[in-house]
Write a protein that binds this ligand. Structure first.
Ligand code: ZN
Length: 508
């Protein structure tokens, strides 16, 4: 896709040379996508965003959302035109203070033509005014805005931001955020980071939220409804913000018994992953009918269904692990999703180990023996699952087996050094699986190409388990065949971990 765009842009430039001065010939439109093979239209080319200032007014009774987004960016090429990713109705666009032409095109592109072309390297301020009912705006029969009886929620992966603010919607363009939301008195608004102000006037209350650390667009979240918001600090002084819909019914106790352990669990994970990268942590449970949870940065989204069978600290561990593996260090391309989900799942295995409910090795053996070689589970390559299988079980479970295989290959000392060193190495950035492999090879001093190829990039069941036990054990030896003599017992934590599998359930 990227290659095709480069070719067509070159051809366009050549045609222009015939009619306009050479200096103007370089100016062209920015690409409609940032170049991600899984999602060709995700993100945009030609600029880099540093900050989003999102000012909203929302009426829960009617689902009417009005907004003004002020976007600070830098042009990375000369631009006659550029795109934002957005699906709501736009009323006005200004670029550097001047009225700009705009058009909604394709699935989710907002094409903006500034009054004057943008010069490479120059700062750009874009103001977009909009108003719509996000629950009514569908793409492919689907709206990413989760309507609730008392408001609405935006929390989705890999896309969701287009239903509440215009952006460069790809993890490689991170930015800081100010989100200010005006809602009727008695209703609360929640977003990422810290609540820096709250004021009421004439029946409406404004909530100001601030995220000062780089954040990918899909990790930005917004929830409006009637919430009980709690603030606290961990023993180490990290602010903790949690919120619960006042409408959780029978799930209320289990939700609080899980999410209120956030501070304890983030401290526990710091022991494995190193210093927590952000300025606050928390989570919220709105009254949505969905089943998944999502690692929205510092303010984790949990569906109440995650707590419908009682408390679940395992899902909290999973989403907290993402703050290092996914949020601070983000995918370079969506095909690198194993760097998020493999490690978040493995953190649940470490928690199981800590709780004496099965070791990571036992869980790896159980995954390995649970799926026969002809099961479709093994046809998904966790290292390049394809957009349709980005959130398949194999990315999580086989992905975590891959990590156990790495642990067995390099030994515990080097393994835990890698686990802790990687988030520091790539803090607030992006990375590919190949870069992780190179890092693991550097730290361990071992060649790992074959290991990565076997566990992440082969569409079949590896012939040896993570512990190096051959699948077809010689007669008389313990067999790892499912149900066979010596097949691993189901670890105690297994069911609870599987319950978290509707995390990131891709709804369209
Ligand atoms: Zn996850």
């Amino acid at each position: 896709m990227r290659k095709r765009l480069i070719v067509s842009a070159a051809a366009g430039a050549l045609a222009l040379l015939l009619t306009v001065p050479a200096s103007a010939a370089q100016i062209g439109p920015g690409a409609a996508g940032i170049g991600d093979p899984y999602y060709p239209n995700a993100g945009n080319g030609g600029y880099d965003v540093s900050h989003y200032d999102i000012r909203l007014k929302y009426q829960p009774a009617t689902d009417e959302l009005e907004g003004t987004a002020t976007i600070l960016a830098t042009a990375t090429q000369d631009l006659s035109r550029f795109n934002l990713d957005f699906v709501l109705g736009v009323k006005e666009v200004l670029v550097n203070g001047r009225t700009a032409k705009f058009a909604s095109t394709g699935e989710s592109e907002l094409e903006i033509t500034p009054a004057r072309p943008l010069v490479k390297g120059a700062p750009v301020t874009v103001v977009v005014r909009y108003a719509d009912k996000p629950g009514k705006v569908e793409r492919g029969g689907y709206s990413a805005w989760l309507r609730t009886p008392d408001g609405g929620v935006a929390a989705n992966e890999p896309e969701g931001s287009a239903w509440w603010f215009p952006s460069n919607d790809h993890p490689t363009d991170k930015a800081t955020y100010d989100v200010s939301v005006l809602v009727p008195d008695g209703t609360q608004a929640i977003s990422n980071g810290l609540l820096t102000g709250q004021s009421s006037r004439a029946g409406w209350t404004r909530y100001n939220w601030r995220q000062t650390k780089p954040q990918a667009t899909y990790l930005a979240t917004l929830a409006i409804g009637r919430f009980d918001i709690r603030t606290d600090t961990t023993p180490g002084g990290l602010p903790v913000v949690t919120a619960y819909s006042k409408d959780l019914g029978d799930n209320d106790g289990a939700a609080r018994a899980s999410v209120e352990r956030t501070g304890e669990l983030v401290d526990w994970l710091s022991g494995y992953f190193g210093e927590y990268p952000f300025g606050s942590i928390g989570g919220y449970v709105p009254n949505v009918p969905t089943g998944y949870a999502l690692e929205t940065q510092t303010q984790i989204f949990y569906s109440p269904a995650q707590f419908s069978r009682g408390s679940n600290t395992s899902v909290v561990v999973h989403e907290l692990a993402h703050q290092w593996y996914g949020d601070s260090v983000s995918v370079q391309r969506w095909s690198d999703i194993w760097l998020n989900e493999g490690f978040a799942r493995y953190s649940q295995w470490l928690w199981s180990e800590h709780e004496n409910e099965g070791t990571a090795q036992e869980l790896a053996d159980y995954v390995y023996s649970s799926y026969p070689a002809d099961n479709a589970f093994w046809s998904v390559k966790p290292g390049d699952p394809g957009a349709d299988h980005q959130f398949s079980g194999a990315v999580y479970d086989r992905g975590a087996v891959a990590i156990q295989a790495l642990r067995n290959t390099v030994g515990d000392e080097k393994f835990f050094q890698i686990l802790k060193g990687w988030p520091a190495e790539r803090k607030y950035g992006n990375a590919t699986i190949q870069q992780f492999q190179a890092y693991a090879e550097r730290i361990s001093g071992k060649p790992l190409a074959q290991l990565f190829d076997t566990w992440l990039f082969t569409a079949s069941k590896p012939a040896v388990s993570s512990a190096g036990v051959p699948a077809a054990a010689p007669a008389g030896a313990a067999s790892l065949a499912p149900g066979g003599k010596g097949a691993p017992q189901e670890p105690k934590s297994w069911k609870k971990i599987q319950e978290t599998n509707s995390l990131h359930e891709h709804t369209h």
